[in-house]
Design a protein around this ligand. Structure first.
Ligand code: THF
Length: 306
């Protein structure tokens, strides 16, 4: 499976359009790409040409499912992948030259500080589990009131997979157009669709913007993980993950990572076991996931563009 990733990386590095981007770093991009990953026999798309910290990705997925949008619980678990955005807004707003560790320490130590500076706005978790709904006020039909509880797309998805597996509407969506401007970052992995056939659950992820070197290794693992969790909850076998990328890019400051990784060859076939069957899709814990046969080559560090 991993050659698809390496081939895409090579393709973009050699033929990508060089463009300046929102972050100012500069990228090479290609538009439109597909990768397919087989998930049967517990196979999991975890890259072996560099170590991928899959537990951080799994913790992030569990955090999405809680509906939380504040980085505090992530930071408390040693997951740093979302810190740079709140840190950047804090620095810009206050002018304070606080470093990342000190910022994270304050997020942990001071709940008020975390509430003020640690929130990402209505990003993934919020839209997935509590998509806002507005309804007209009876007495004044031109006024709309926000329903106390929004739509839990994940709960509804589990229900629809169980009761109407043949549906073509098994979707959850992060791209809430009306709320994009309040998000620290509009969703990259924005649409998930599912398909049931022959007792197998296949998932398709459409990702509009894909940081191939840093984000995508996490994103494909996470997407495979949610397919596995949903399959377990719905008594289905895992089928495939189909990953569709829109703007797929390599940041120009990832040259060393790209060259190192392209000089390596994949080896082994990692598996993911889910060792417990929780009562609901919202009750998974990190200890429920065990990866085996994963002997990756060394981690390759690279800076994230904010
Ligand atoms: N913005 C950019 N520029 N790239 C992204 O991948 C990205 N994301 C999320 C939101 N905005 C993004 C954040 N997800 C890492 C991994 C995932 C991220 C952000 C950063 C990262 O730095 N990974 C390193 C270190 C991991 C660690 O220390 O645990 C790595 O080597 O994998 C895509 O969803």
């Amino acid at each position: 499976f991993e050659w698809q990733y390496l081939d895409l990386m090579k393709q973009i590095w050699t033929h990508g359009h060089e463009r300046s981007d929102r972050t100012g770093v500069g990228t090479r991009s290609l538009f439109g790409a597909t990768m397919r990953f087989e998930l049967s026999d517990n196979a999991i798309p975890l890259l072996t040409t560099k170590r991928v910290y899959w537990k951080a990705a799994a913790r992030e997925m569990l955090w999405f499912l809680t509906g939380d949008t504040n980085i505090r619980p992530l930071v408390a678990q040693g997951v740093h992948i979302w810190t740079d955005w709140p840190l950047d807004s804090y620095r810009k707003a206050t002018g304070e030259e606080i470093d990342r560790d000190a910022f994270e320490a304050r997020i942990i130590a001071d709940a008020d500080f975390a509430e003020r500076w640690g929130d990402l706005g209505p990003v993934y978790g919020k839209q997935w589990t509590d998509w806002p709904v507005y309804e007209p006020v009876d007495a004044e039909p031109s006024l709309f009131r926000k329903r106390p509880k929004g739509i839990n797309q994940i709960a509804e998805l589990v229900e629809s997979l169980r009761t109407n597996p043949g549906s073509r509407r098994h979707i959850f969506e992060g791209w809430n157009v009306a709320e994009l401007d309040r998000m620290a970052l509009p969703p990259c992995h924005k649409t998930y669709q599912f398909f049931v056939a022959d007792g197998k659950l296949t998932g398709l992820l459409y990702q509009r913007s894909c940081d191939l070197a840093l984000g995508v290794p996490f994103n494909i693992f996470s997407a495979a993980l949610i397919i596995r969790m949903l399959a377990q909850q719905c008594d289905l076998e895992p089928g495939e993950l189909i990953w569709n990328g829109g703007d797929v890019h390599l940041y120009l400051n990832h040259r060393e990572l790209v060259e190192t990784q392209l000089s390596r060859e994949p080896h082994g076939a990692p598996r993911l076991d889910i060792v417990r069957q929780p009562d609901s899709i919202f009750d998974y814990r990190i200890e429920d996931f065990e990866v085996r046969d994963y002997t990756p080559q060394s981690h390759i560090a690279a800076p994230v563009a904010v």
